[in-house]
Design a binder for this molecule. Sequence first.
Ligand SMILES: [Zn+2]
Length: 65
Amino acid sequence: MGRKYVECHEQDFPGAPKCTARFSSDSDDELLEMAVRHGMNIHGHANTESYREKVRGEFRNGSTP
Ligand SMILES: [Zn+2]
């Protein structure tokens, strides 16, 4: 397994600047926790299975550009 990263790209309301938060980790579980916690704290997401699946689907291989 290798390093992965995920970028947020959330927009809290129309016209708002997009979030540019990036997270990276060698551990999928750790990366998921960091990204989900960010989504909850910053964007008000609920920690649901469907949200976790969405975040997991946005993982990319490599380090943050
Ligand atoms: Zn964000």
